[in-house]
Ligand binder design. Structure first.
Ligand SMILES: Cc1cc2nc3c(=O)[nH]c(=O)nc-3n(C[C@H](O)[C@H](O)[C@H](O)COP(=O)(O)OP(=O)(O)OC[C@H]3O[C@@H](n4cnc5c(N)ncnc54)[C@H](O)[C@@H]3O)c2cc1C
Ligand code: SF4
Length: 509
């Protein structure tokens, strides 16, 4: 019968790749949504020409829809195909609920910021698996997901990601200047417990530095898991059933049955669930595995900073990229016993729009001043460990959707303040002044670094899984997405989720 994998996002393609490498037969199913044909054509038309030849109007037509996405919705290429509105998943979404599910081919990786870091050994202290268990799988994932970056001070902190020989994605004007300035302040940063380096991003070679990263890359250079689905097509033993939603599963004597929307039943020897933390929770609860599952968040906040030096040439003109430019890591026990991770974003079109919306009061002269200010703005997105963050308890609502309950963490505000203050002091050495009063916390789940609802444990209890992601009491069902991480360290989540899914796919009986 072979194996079934539910979900074609980063976790699903990673487990499928590992299973196929062992010669197993894999049926991959997903929600199947794709970028609409008309948008695909527009993207191709942009990609057919050099960005220097694009007219202002062409560029604006591509970027404009992103500025009008409903609150909480992340849009790329002018389409909402990759993110489900909250109501699709939750019976009555509370106003604080920022997490969203995907039913797309490739899942949320169609929208992601592509920032990648592995975990450190220390991040996994007390886990039932260690960094040596994940390290070979980080390497295996890097064989099919390109990672751009460079060897710098971060290499020593994150040895599991070897940047030797990686293709570099050259930063924009601001990012390059900041990297150089901060490299000159290395000793001062070290005294503050801060280490800075170039962002590592899942971007393939050939970046045109057109700056459209937050709108949808016309060349598809920002990796999405859909690319790996295409790469697996045609491999021996692989079959892909696009657009087949799973509704529940049950173990039978010698296998697993998966019930699909519409009533069809698929049978397999083993089932690997990678539907994303919300849909996975729903499937588990609908299948009677648990009555309540509690997600742990890595909560984040935004700290704006102003660049004190005068930038030449203009930062808002090509060549530029708008993915994160730098990573800054705080390893300082007086801030947190865990690592704090920050991603630095330099100029993008959202900066001026946000400033004008919040401080422009509809006055055109203020608009010009705020646009100039936006060209000096850098934003640090600071992530905390789940120990400092809120939790989201999920239950099944009577209509089969989810009901969510927030469990705020009294520690979040103070820890975020300490972390932002430390980042502000460190970046001052690079010529940035923090606007502490303008900092703001992200809503729980809005960073999408969420999971640990069925944490792997050596001796799992009713709400845990074993080290192969098997929920307590099940033998042939493996959960392989972020649900099974034991906790959520601050460093980016997806690369580790992929490595863990690949590990489970390599070891599952
Ligand atoms: C705006 C944004 C920016 C982000 N930036 C980053 C970043 O920079 N770095 C980082 O590490 N992470 C980032 N993330 C998080 C990252 O996208 C997720 O961690 C990652 O996509 C999770 O992968 P997954 O495979 O577990 O689930 P998903 O990507 O959610 O994929 C779920 C898959 O399951 C399928 N599916 C769902 N329900 C069913 C069902 N019932 N039956 C069958 N199939 C189903 C879907 O079609 C999809 O294929 C970001 C997320 C967002 C939204
Ligand atoms: S700058 Fe961004 S959108 Fe433009 S080519 Fe590079 S990755 Fe793609």
């Amino acid at each position: 019968m072979g194996d079934i994998v539910i979900g074609s996002g980063p976790a699903g393609v990673s487990v499928a790749t590992a299973l196929l490498a062992r010669g197993r037969r894999v049926q991959l199913i997903d929600g199947g949504k794709e970028l609409e044909a008309e948008r695909v054509q527009r993207r191709a038309a942009l990609a057919a020409r050099d960005p220097a030849d694009w007219s202002r109007a062409e560029r604006d037509t591509w970027t404009e829809p992103q500025f009008h996405a409903p609150e909480g919705q992340v849009r790329r290429c002018g389409s909402d195909f990759a993110m489900e509105p909250a109501r699709e998943t939750l019976a009555s979404p509370p106003p604080w609920f920022a997490l969203r599910a995907s039913r797309a081919v490739g899942g949320l990786s169609n929208l992601w910021g592509a920032a990648v870091l592995p975990y450190r050994k220390a991040d996994m202290a007390g886990w039932p698996i260690g960094i040596d268990d994940l390290a070979p799988h980080y390497r295996a994932v890097a064989d099919f997901m390109p990672i751009a970056g460079q060897v710098d001070d971060l290499q020593e902190k994150f040895p599991a990601l070897d940047m030797q020989g990686a293709g570099a994605m050259a930063p924009g004007v601001q990012g390059a200047a900041l990297l150089e300035r901060l490299a000159g302040a290395r000793d001062r940063l070290a005294r503050l417990g801060v280490c800075v380096g170039a962002a590592r991003v899942a971007v393939g070679p050939g970046c045109k530095r057109c700056g459209l990263c937050l709108h949808g890359c016309p060349w598809g250079l920002i990796w999405s898991a859909g690319q790996q689905v295409a790469a697996l097509a045609g491999r021996d033993g692989f079959s892909y059933q696009q657009g087949r939603l799973a509704q529940g599963f049950r173990e039978t004597g010698g296998g697993v049955e998966v019930t699909l929307a519409g009533g069809d039943v698929l049978r397999a020897d083993r089932l690997f669930i990678a539907a994303g933390v919300l849909e996975t929770a729903r499937l588990l609860m609908r299948s009677g595995v648990a009555e309540e599952l509690v997600l742990r968040d890595s909560q984040h906040g935004f700290l704006p900073l102003i660049q004190r030096w005068r930038a030449r040439p203009r930062v808002d003109r090509m060549p530029l990229t708008t993915l994160p430019q730098l990573f800054a890591e705080i390893d300082a026990p007086d801030v947190s016993p865990h690592l704090v991770h920050a991603q630095l974003y330099t100029w993008n079109e959202f900066f001026a729009r946000d400033l004008i919306a919040n401080y422009g009061f509809g006055l055109p002269p203020l608009g010009a001043a705020l646009r100039a200010l936006a060209r000096r703005l850098v934003v640090a997105q600071v992530f905390l460990h789940s120990d400092h963050s809120a939790q989201i308890a999920l239950r099944l609502a009577p209509d089969g959707r989810l009901a969510a309950d927030l469990r705020a963490n009294p520690d979040t505000g103070a820890t975020l303040k300490r972390a932002q203050a430390r980042i502000g002091r460190a970046l001052a050495a690079g010529g940035l002044s923090a606007l502490g009063l303008a900092s703001r916390p992200g809503a729980p789940g809005s960073g999408f670094h969420v999971g640990a609802s069925l944490a792997m444990a050596r001796t799992p209890d009713a709400r845990q899984s074993d080290v192969l992601g098997r929920p307590h009491g099940l033998a042939r069902v493996h959960v392989v997405d972020a649900s099974v991480l034991p906790e959520i360290p601050a460093a980016t989540i997806t690369y580790s989720v992929m490595a863990n899914a690949h590990r489970i796919g390599s070891l599952a009986p």
